[in-house]
Design a binder for this molecule. Structure first.
Ligand code: NAD
Length: 353
C-alpha cells in the first residue's frame, strides 16, 4: 500500500509522526507499506505558494490512501482566499472525489467523565455520522461578496444533484447495514428545496435496503437530540454543512475532539484519513496534542481502504488498552490518571500493539 503522508500545519506534524510510528511497527512486521511525505495547507503555501501544490496532488492521486494531519493557522488568515490552507483541504477532497466522510463518535467507558454530558447520557455511545463532503453550500456556485444597491452582500449557493445524494445514500445505507440497521437522514426540508430533494432521494434509495429502518430529522432538532439523548442514533447521514457542525458537536460527547478519527472515501474506497480536529495553533509545537484521533484514522484506513479488519481491530484495541492503562494527554486528563505528552502517547500505543 502506498500512503501519501500530508502532515500539514500546527499540531499536524506532531500527531502524524505518532501515526507513522504505528505504520512503522506494522511495516517492521512485514506489511508492505510505502510512505511519502508532502506539504499541504500553510506548509504547501510556504513551500510552493499553493495550499495544494501540484506535486502533493500528484502524490495523493498515485497513492492508495492519504494520511492527513490538519491545516491552518493564524499566520495564513490574511492570505487571499484561494491561497488559504483550508482551500487546499477542500480542493484535495474535491480532486480525489472523496464524497463520503465517515465520522464515528464512540465513548470509551473510562472517558465518560471527560464528556461534558452526564455519564448515563453518553456511556455506551457508538454513533457513525456519514457526511457528504464534496457538494452543498461549500462548493455551490455562484458565491462571492459584491456590492448591490450600494452595500456589500455575501452569498453562497446550497446545491445538491440527485446523483450526489444517491451515492452518499448508498454508502450510508451500506454502513448502517453493518451496524444497527437504523439510519437517520438529517436535513431542513421544511425550509430548503435542496433538503426536500435530499429527503426524496433518501426515500428512493431506502427501497434497496429494506432491512434498514430509515428516519428523517430536521437539523435543528438533530442538534438538540444529539445533546439530549445521543444514544437514540446508530447511523446518521447528512449534507456537508450540517454534517460539519453536527459532527463537531458529537465529538464533545466522546470527551475530546482529539479522540475522533475520520475517513473520506471515493467510489472505490480509496480514502483520505484524518482526525476531525484542526491544527490547534494554541498548543502547536508543545508536544501536548492528543495523537489518538490520528492513530485511529490509521485503523480506519485498514478497515475501509485495505479491508484488513484484523489490523484495524488491533490498532483500535491498542488505543483501548492505553486508555484503560490510564495514559492521558492533557485534553482528556482527569485526577488519578497519568498525564503523557503526544510522543509518549504514541510510544504507549506502539507498545500496546
Ligand atoms: P481546532 O480543532 O484546531 O482546535 C479547537 C480546540 O481543540 C483548541 O483548543 C485545540 O487546542 C483543541 N484541540 C484540537 N485538536 C486537539 C488535539 N489533537 N489534542 C488536544 N487538543 C486539541 O479548531 P480551531 O481552533 O477552530 O481552528 C484552528 C485552525 O485549524 C484554523 O486555522 C482552522 O481553519 C483549522 N482547521 C483545520 C481543520 C482541518 O485541517 N481538517 C479542521 C478544523 C479547523
Amino acid at each position: 500500500m502506498k500512503i501519501a503522508v500530508l502532515p500539514g500545519d500546527g499540531i499536524g506534524p506532531e500527531i502524524v509522526a505518532q501515526a507513522v510510528k504505528v505504520l512503522d511497527v506494522l511495516r517492521a512486521e512485514g506489511a508492505k507499506i510505502e510512505m511519502e511525505t508532502a506539504p499541504i495547507g500553510g506548509a504547501g503555501y510556504d513551500a510552493a505558494g499553493d495550499p495544494l501544490p501540484d506535486a502533493t496532488l500528484k502524490l495523493a492521486r498515485a497513492a492508495d490512501a492519504v494520511l492527513l494531519g490538519a491545516v491552518g493557522g493564524p499566520q495564513y488568515d490574511a492570505l487571499d482566499r484561494p491561497l488559504r490552507p483550508e482551500r487546499g483541504l477542500l480542493r484535495i477532497r474535491k480532486e480525489l472525489n472523496l464524497f463520503a466522510n465517515l465520522r464515528p463518535a464512540l465513548l470509551y467507558p473510562e472517558l465518560a467523565s471527560a464528556s461534558s454530558l452526564k455519564p448515563d447520557v453518553v456511556s455506551g455511545l457508538d454513533l457513525m455520522i456519514v457526511r457528504e463532503l464534496t457538494g452543498d453550500v461549500y462548493f455551490g456556485q455562484p458565491r462571492g461578496i459584491e456590492v448591490r444597491n450600494g452595500e456589500r452582500v455575501g452569498f453562497n449557493t446550497m446545491l445538491y444533484s440527485e446523483s450526489e445524494v444517491r451515492r452518499v445514500a448508498h454508502v450510508a445505507f451500506g454502513i448502517a447495514m453493518k451496524r444497527g440497521r437504523k439510519l437517520c437522514s438529517v436535513e431542513k426540508a421544511n425550509v430548503l428545496e435542496c433538503s426536500e430533494l435530499w429527503k426524496e432521494v433518501m426515500i428512493e434509495v431506502s427501497k434497496d435496503y429494506p432491512e434498514v429502518e430509515l428516519s428523517h430529522m430536521y437539523v435543528d432538532n438533530a442538534a438538540m437530540q444529539l445533546i439530549r439523548a445521543p444514544k437514540q442514533f446508530d447511523t446518521m447521514v447528512t449534507g456537508n454543512i450540517f454534517g460539519d457542525i453536527l459532527s463537531d458537536a458529537a465529538s464533545m460527547l466522546s470527551g475530546s475532539i482529539g479522540m475522533l478519527p475520520s475517513a473520506s472515501l471515493d467510489e472505490n474506497n480509496k480514502g483520505m484519513y484524518e482526525p476531525i480536529h484542526g491544527s490547534a495553533p494554541d498548543i502547536a509545537g508543545k508536544n501536548m496534542a492528543n495523537p489518538l484521533a490520528t492513530i485511529l484514522s490509521v485503523a480506519m484506513m485498514y478497515r475501509y481502504t485495505l479491508a484488513d479488519l484484523a489490523t484495524a481491530d488491533r490498532i483500535e484495541n491498542a488505543v483501548k488498552k492505553v486508555i484503560s492503562q490510564g495514559y492521558r494527554t492533557s485534553d482528556i486528563w482527569t485526577d488519578g490518571t497519568q498525564k503523557v505528552s503526544c510522543s509518549e502517547m504514541g510510544d504507549a500505543v506502539v507498545k500496546a500493539i
